[in-house]
Design a binder for this molecule. Structure first.
Ligand code: ADP
Length: 320
């Protein structure tokens, strides 16, 4: 799909604020504090954040399940306030919770959903969708006989019934085993690459975001703290950490302007963080020894997306 800057975004969010209503004496939670970002067309876009960050509030606003306090949202060019019907038709939401009537079969689940969305019989493609999620042989089985993985795949098919150009998956692989996670990743990639569906997914698995998403936005405490191509975010993990065991406990960790950080991390143990483009572990050791510390053991580790995430989400909120 064309990704030149002239292509309008699949989703455009500006200054989105959600304050939940107060209950009793508890003040209403300010779950989104003025969030702005675009989801480009044709991408798999990851929305990452710790628990309580505001991810579900944002997704539910897109789905029309949460009424925003202020700000604007356009879905496929349709404003959710002014053009609710077209906005809704442009997006398919795959919820986290699996809820099916146990006595409906997958084909019935899809046909009912098509009915709800007013998809004319001639345009329905329930069997094609079941094929796409590898459930064609279960078309007429009762939903209660499906495995957890099959139900998740059925949920994805259900979200696609009205042919939306955008699909949103809320924690698609939370609590699923490694094999099923792989299967779901393949399915999501296939929908994106072969069917051209723009995908937004929330996850707290960094590995999932790194593997699947072209771009990642991170929210924390209702604020956007990063919004970058995945590659750039991973490149922020330029830091390396050297763990030094010393011959005795020391009152303070060795400090040097070239170190990013240096802290006492345990008994006789110091951790020095440095930029691997600027220096190497040998130079760190020499600087530490030069200050009179006696080193008896050394190990190093690379920072990864996890460290970037922890660093970003532990800092006070700042502009993305
Ligand atoms: P996430 O999906 O990132 O875990 P949520 O959007 O569920 O975060 O929650 C963001 C904040 O809003 C949390 O502090 C949560 O307790 C609060 N919250 C979520 N839903 C409601 C609600 N219906 N009423 C009041 N507060 C809510």
């Amino acid at each position: 799909m064309d990704s030149t800057p002239t292509v309008p975004p699949a989703i455009r969010i500006r200054d989105l604020v959600k304050q939940y209503a107060a209950s009793g004496k508890a003040p209403g939670k300010l779950a989104l504090q003025g969030v702005s970002f675009d989801v480009p067309q044709g991408q798999i876009f990851g929305l990452l954040g710790p628990n309580g960050a505001g991810k579900s509030t944002l997704i539910n606003t897109l789905a029309g399940l949460v009424m925003k306090t202020s700000g604007s949202v356009e879905i496929w060019g349709h404003d959710i306030d002014r053009d609710r019907r077209n906005a809704k038709a442009s997006i398919g939401i795959v919820p986290q919770e699996i809820v099916f009537d146990p006595f409906f079969t997958p084909i019935e689940v899809l046909e009912n959903q098509a009915g709800l969305y007013g998809v004319p019989k001639a345009l329905r493609r329930s069997m094609d969708l079941l094929r796409a999620v590898h459930l064609e042989d279960k078309a007429k089985a009762y939903a209660r006989t499906l495995s957890g993985g099959m139900k998740r795949r059925l949920l994805i098919a259900k979200a696609l019934v009205h042919n939306p150009p955008i699909i949103v998956l809320d924690e698609p692989t939370a609590g699923v085993d490694v094999e099923l996670r792989r299967q779901l990743w393949e399915l999501v990639s296939h929908l994106n690459k072969e069917e051209g569906v723009t995908v937004v997914l929330t996850t707290h698995y960094l590995e999932e975001a790194e593997e699947l998403c072209e771009r990642i936005a991170i929210i924390n405490h209702g604020q956007l703290i990063a919004n970058k191509p995945t590659r750039e975010l991973v490149d922020m993990a330029r830091e390396k950490i050297v763990v030094l065991t010393l011959d005795r406990d020391v009152p303070a960790a060795p400090q040097h302007p070239a170190f990013r950080k240096s802290v006492i991390s345990g008994e006789r143990q110091v951790e020095v963080t440095y930029d691997k483009d600027q220096m190497n572990a040998g130079e760190v050791l020499a600087l530490v020894q030069g200050q009179g510390y006696a080193i008896v053991d050394v190990s190093t580790r690379e920072a990864d997306l996890e460290d970037v995430f922890v660093t970003l989400t532990s800092e006070p909120a700042q502009a993305a």
